[in-house]
Ligand binder design. Structure first.
Ligand SMILES: CC(C)(COP(=O)(O)OP(=O)(O)OC[C@H]1O[C@@H](n2cnc3c(N)ncnc32)[C@H](O)[C@@H]1OP(=O)(O)O)[C@@H](O)C(=O)NCCC(=O)NCCS
Length: 188
């Protein structure tokens, strides 16, 4: 699959690469990011290099996952702010560098990735996070996802376990606004 560049008013989503190694290495030291994602712990510079130079390009090539760097548009050599990925079966995943959270960048990137997925003719998109990851769940709720269940994680954690997770889904043509039925701490 040829990498696709997506744009929003403030952002460009493009292929992450060698220039992002130091940034990803830095962001992935964050304990919150380590708690809620399956990045290696401890996270070494080599892990960032493997992700950016081997895994992400291979996923694009094989079509197993579209992985985008989230950057500010119209800034030369813009630094990576976060990452959003979309697996071939429609599961979305994301993280932002700690200092770039709370600006609505993730929500903006999420919307354009949803558009991209449904424009390609797909019918369903899924999302999940570990139970208690309110920031991730609120982003999915705001994007229009329905809460479906609490149950084992789809993707294995570092220790091979499938910890309790919140799951949601969104179908083509559905409104992109908060739906009822989420856990109370996410907004009900
Ligand atoms: C999940 C993540 C990408 C969201 O990005 P963000 O920039 O914080 O997104 P937003 O600022 O739009 O916040 C999303 C919502 O969560 C809320 N929120 C953010 N941090 C929160 C926190 N610590 N506790 C409760 N709510 C929180 C925001 O108020 C916002 O709510 P709203 O939609 O009702 O306004 C970011 O928090 C992150 O990178 N977390 C660590 C990695 C991670 O958990 N990835 C997801 C794995 S499934």
């Amino acid at each position: 699959m040829t990498p696709v560049v997506l744009r929003t008013p403030r952002l460009v989503l493009d292929q992450p690469g060698e220039r992002d190694v130091e940034t990803v290495f830095e962001y992935c030291q964050d304990p919150v990011l380590q708690q809620y994602t399956t990045v290696p712990v401890p996270y070494r510079r080599e892990d960032a290099a493997t992700f950016l130079l081997e895994l992400a390009p291979r996923w694009w090539e094989e079509g197993t996952e579209q992985t985008w760097a989230i950057r500010l548009a119209d800034v030369p050599d813009a630094r990576l702010l976060g990452v959003i990925g979309l697996r071939s079966y429609g599961e979305v995943g994301y993280w932002m560098g700690a200092q770039h959270r709370g600006h609505g960048y993730l929500g903006e990137a999420f919307e354009v990735v949803i558009d991209h997925w449904f424009r390609a003719g797909n019918e369903r998109m899924t999302w999940s996070c570990l139970v208690g990851n309110v920031a991730s769940a609120r982003a999915a709720r705001r994007a229009g996802f329905h809460f479906t269940r609490t149950g084992p994680a789809t993707v294995a954690d570092r220790d091979g376990s499938h910890p309790d997770s919140w799951h949601g889904e969104l179908f083509a043509g559905e409104p992109r606004e908060p739906q009822p039925g989420w856990p109370a701490e996410v907004g009900g």
